[in-house]
Design a protein around this ligand. Sequence first.
Ligand code: PMP
Length: 306
Amino acid sequence: DEMDVDTIWMDGEFVDWEDAQIHVLSHGLHYGTGVFEGVRCYDTEDGPAIFRWDEHLDRFYASGKPYDMEIPFDREELTEATMELVRRQDLESCYIRPVAFYGYDSLGVSPKDNPVQVAIAAWPWGTYLGDEALEKGVDVMVSSWRKHASSQIPTNAKTTGLYVNSMLAGEEARRNGYTEAIVLNKEGNVAEGPGENIFMVNDGEIYTPGLSESILDGITRNTVIELAREHGYTVHDQASISRGELNTADELFFSGTAAEITPIRKVDNVEIDDGTRGPVTEELQQAFFDLVEGRSDDHEEWFSYV
Ligand code: PMP
């Protein structure tokens, strides 16, 4: 099949792709009560290495907290399962998807005795927003859908149900000929993309919305902030960015595990500066890919070798 996966880890065991099944009355399917992660493993000079696995695991467990969801496997078990999945399938670089959700018991909204089920899959996945995106940038649309406010649903938890909003925004953009969306929060300020955080560069300084803007606390966002500071940039990581600033920015880019660092060249068909990848974006992309692909010895603590 297209995902090129033959083994999936599920509830403590490795099972064949076709056997990784759940009940149709699972709570998570009906009410969106799951949490998940998206992680990348890069093919470095020292072999496959999972990038920032510890932080992804932290967020995975933390995402379950608001939902009283205790993931019934500890860090060592999930780590070993993931490493073994990569090894068994001879993957070099890949995308890793852990998911935990309330399974089948009753269909009341309260998941009283519903078991928490956990699965992990890994498969090869190239660039998220198209092959040319990393160099040329993407055209984005400011979605007419607002992001849910953090007072309505915890936006710092990576919950499956939240992605209904991401899908609405992303598909609206694609129906209108754009590659991706930018989603404003309830206050009308810039929040993030459907699956990416957003950065703005102005007069050589870097801005990104803070957690109070109803965003996911992205691990790539955090990586970009650290790398940018190491490169001498002032980073305003609690910024509040108004819609109009999107049009006047010197540079804009997305960050995310899937999207990595992707320049934004146009917003609502208005070019960002001259519509090409900006120099700060390019410098940070270079630093990022040198790091994750193992061409730099920095931040060894961010790599878990398979
Ligand atoms: N925001 C949203 C809504 C996302 O889904 C993602 C992808 N996980 C991100 C931001 C970026 O987060 P990360 O860098 O941890 O992948």
